[in-house]
Structure formats: structure tokens, C-alpha cells
Design a protein around this ligand. Sequence first.
Ligand SMILES: [Zn+2]
Length: 354
Amino acid sequence: MGEENSDMRVLAKTEPKPGMTLQEKPIPEPEPDEVRLRVKSVGIDGGVEAPLYQWVPSYQHYEEHLPQVFGHEFAGEVDALGSDVSNYQTGDRVAVEPSIFCGRCRNCREGDWNICTEKSGYGPSGQKSIGIDIDNDGALADYVTVPASNLYTIPDSITYDEGTFLELLAIGVHAVERSDFEAGDRVAVTGPGSVGLSALIAASVGGANEVVMIGTSDDENRRLPIAKKMGATQTVNIEEESLEKPVDVFIEASGHESALKTAEEHTQKGGEIIQIGVYHGKDAVPVNLNHLLNNGISIETIFGRKESSWHRAIAIAEQIDLSPVVGPSYDLEDFEEAFAAENNRVGIKITLNP
Ligand SMILES: [Zn+2]
């Protein structure tokens, strides 16, 4: 149980310049439909917390709302229950879906609350999210309050850092479940980061005949070997070699324009390109639609996770070893080291343990 009426540590963005500050703040009380979590693990997302820490121009619109506590990929232990929450108990181990959704619109009712039509957000994706939006604190803290509807119980066999990774794994699962992928298919993935590796894992455990992970020279020494460990049948440094055969399903998880071109060129007639990578700093990227339609190739886009993705991701995490893609982990006090490690592309999913 938390200590009532006392303070907790938060890692806040306090000033419009690089860095964050460890400070004290009262421990929050859960609203009736919320629980309070003792945060055990929180991830640094290279597309959210890292650029906020570095204070890149595309995040400087947060200036008028500082100080703010970010942190949207996390897992923890249920510490206190709101008055209306009956399906959780203190001590439960949980991972958290960060999307804030209405639960009532058509998409929400179909389990697609990742694209809720009623909740718009302040972050770059436009969807409302815990730890990204301006009106709710995130998990770079000892405690955080979250809607009970956003929790997923995790078994003891899944560590809290792996629990944090589930949010990413579920995106990869979503990519595969949304596609026409079937066991025996040949799959390629561009971008061996958290999400690309998650898609690789999902395709691999789903029975892909071959899964090729495509990276660049930057990935050659570390990320491509990790892809091998996680089930890639082949790795390709696209700066030096090409794909031998076209694939049935091409999952683009890098967000680089050149990778989309690679996908167009190496997807089988009748195949599918699944776009998960976000093109940062670009409003539009060219797509060779004539080539795609002449070859019956479709494009699907993936945003976030849906209900089924979480359940499948938890089941996958119970059966495989995720340790190659999780960590290194740092104490909250060592946040400077952790953000430097993220910046230097150490590990895959760097976490802080408050
Ligand atoms: Zn909704």
C-alpha cells in the first residue's frame, strides 16, 4: 500500500530545454473508475519521451503546459482502487494500455479503441494517451493513476520490464493479425526497433515460413543479430544487399521513405504491405499506386493496439524469452544515463525502474 498523504518522486519536464528534473509531488488519489499503480517499469520511447527529453522542435508546443510528467509505456502493481473498481485487487501485477478512449463509439465497441472517434489528443498521433496528453500525468513517477479499463493482468512469469514491452509487442501482433498473414507465408520487416522486432516475433510464432529482418549498416552489429535471436530466418543490410525473393506480407516498421520503396519492390503480386512505421517530420510520402494496383498489392495501416492484440501479446510473452529485446534497465535516479543510452541506440527497449 502507498503511504497516504505523502510525496512521491516524479521525473518531470520542467523547462523548455533539453533534460528532465527529478522532483517531489503528492501521491495521486484514484478517481472512482481508476486505480493507482506503484510503477515498477516505464519505457523510454524513441518517438515520444526521448524527443521530449531532447526538446526537439516538433515537441516544443508543450512549452505552455510545463511542468509535465510523461511516460506512457509502463507496468506496475495495483496499489489503491477507486470506489467503483471491483475487478482488481491491490497487489495485482498489470501492464497498461495508454490510449484514453470513450468506450461507447462504434470503433470502441468493436474493440478498436485505438482509433476511438471521440477522444482527441495533444500528442503527435492525435489520439489521447496517458503520459502524452497534457491533462494527465504519466508513469515517470513512483505512482500513477489510470482508468481500470486500461489494465491487463500479467502472470508472474512475465517481468515488469517485459510488461512494459507488451505495449510494443501488441503493436507488432496487431500488424500481423490485421494482415492476411497465414502460417507458411514469407514475411519481411523493415526497421529492427521495438515495433519491427515485435512484428517479427508475431510473424515467427504465427508460423511464418521465412521472416527476413531488413536494417541498415547502423543495425548490422547489434539489432540485426538480436533479430536473429528473436526468430529471423535471414537478416539483410539493405545498404549492401537486396532481398532475394518477394514476400507475401511486407511489414514496414521503420518510417523511412526508402523502406516503403523497398516494400513496393519486394512484395509479391497479390501480397500486402502493412505500414506501422510513422514518417516523422514528413507530411506525405510518395506511393507508387500504379505499381501496387497493377500487381494487386494492398496497403494496410496500423495504429496502436486493439483488444485482441493485447491478449495475444500476453500469450506470446508467456511462451518466449523476451530478454534480448528488453533493457537495459536503470533506476529512476539514473535517468540521465538511461536517456543517453536511448540516444546512443543501446539495447532495444530501455526502461526505468522507479
Ligand atoms: Zn470511442
